[in-house]
Design a protein around this ligand. Structure first.
Ligand code: UFG
Length: 323
């Protein structure tokens, strides 16, 4: 298959690019390298350009004569989206619209979209199903919901087929240590816990200890980045022009922030100093997916579902010095 991957130099994008290249697909990556890494796109052709630049998108589509698009390129930090909503609407919505316009113009009718559990906001349900309504509580979630809605409209008007994959908490790294999570300004829980394990002078701050959860800290559903890559490959095979679908991607098991710290202590064999801090605005107490739909319809099954294996792979990558 000939595939354009936007944001293919980023964390989840690069793991997916690698899986596609290993499968023998022809992959062109469009990435402006604002947060991504050139060396994470090995085996693919990289077009350095911005999603909001129609000519760059056209160039990338032409370069591989794309049959399908996997769309990762986005700004993706919740707290930053609260401080700078203008950047989030610009990149995620205006950039997304540019991509859809160029795809339609070029006749590409299949897209797999990197969506998020953030479209649900703070649902009360113990397990979150895809039929819950959109109710985002931050600009990041708003932009993901808006792009999903654009996909629906492009499906009705132009027959574009889409699969939106709503990830819960992406984590882990390639088991061979070749790829992993490399953000300049890290905000995610597992890499930060592991950096506190690496450096005894560092403390890991727990954001909030009086949530209505069993141990008072937030509960999240972690899903291994390689399992996310598998889901994109399945989605690429299943997406049909004129059909617009959404699927959750999580393991269906919630772990609290304290459980993450305890598991990281076991996996690393090192002490981890913690500080108990205040809640971070916009953090829902509990987000756990039902992924029955994608398991049943696309046959997706996480291969690295345990928190231990997710943390073990992330640790190997941290130890290697976050190349
Ligand atoms: N946390 C801490 N200390 C830290 C960092 C995080 O206690 O130093 C806590 C957070 O408060 C939260 C949990 O760890 O309760 C997970 O936080 P992350 O930042 O790792 O992930 P989020 O759940 O905030 O974000 C993830 C994705 C987003 C997505 C969101 C859906 O990264 O893209 O889930 O709400 F939008």
């Amino acid at each position: 298959m000939r595939i354009l991957v936007t944001g293919g130099a980023g964390y989840i994008g690069s793991h997916t690019v690698r899986a596609l290249v290993e499968r023998g697909d022809r992959v062109v990556v469009l990435d402006n390298l604002s947060t991504g890494h050139r060396d994470a796109t090995r085996g693919a052709e990289l077009v350095v350009g911005d999603l909001r630049d129609g000519s760059a998108v056209r160039r990338a589509l032409r370069r591989c004569r794309a049959e399908s698009v996997v769309h990762f390129a986005a700004k993706a930090l919740v707290p930053e989206s609260v401080r700078h909503p203008e950047e989030y609407f610009d990149v995620n919505v205006v950039g997304g619209l540019t991509l859809l316009r160029e795809m339609t113009h070029y006749g590409v009718k299949k897209i797999v979209f990197s969506s998020s559990a953030a479209v649900y906001g703070e649902p009360r349900a113990r397990l979150i199903h895809e039929n819950l309504p959109y109710d985002p509580i931050n600009p990041y979630g708003e932009t993901k919901a808006l792009f999903e809605k654009m996909l629906k409209a492009f499906c009705a008007a132009f027959g574009v087929g889409s699969i939106s994959l709503r990830y819960f908490n992406a984590a882990g790294a390639a088991p061979d240590g070749a790829l992993g999570e490399r953000h300049d300004h890290e905000t995610h829980v597992i890499p930060l816990v592991l950096r506190a394990a690496l450096n005894p002078r560092k403390r890991f701050s727990i954001f909030g200890t009086d949530y209505p959860t069993p141990d008072g800290t937030c509960v999240r559903d972690f899903v291994h980045v390689c399992d996310l890559a598998d889901a994109h490959m399945l989605a690429l095979g299943a997406v049909r022009p004129g059909k617009c679908e959404v699927y959750n991607l999580g393991c269906g098991h919630g772990y609290s922030v304290r459980e993450v710290v305890e598991t990281a202590k076991r996996v690393t064999g090192r002490p981890i100093r913690i500080a108990e801090g205040r809640c971070r605005p916009g953090d829902p107490p509990r987000l756990v997916a039902s992924s029955q739909k994608i398991r049943k319809r696309l046959g997706w099954k996480p291969r690295h579902a345990s928190l231990e294996s997710i943390i073990r792979d992330a640790w190997r990558f941290e130890l290697a010095g976050r190349r």
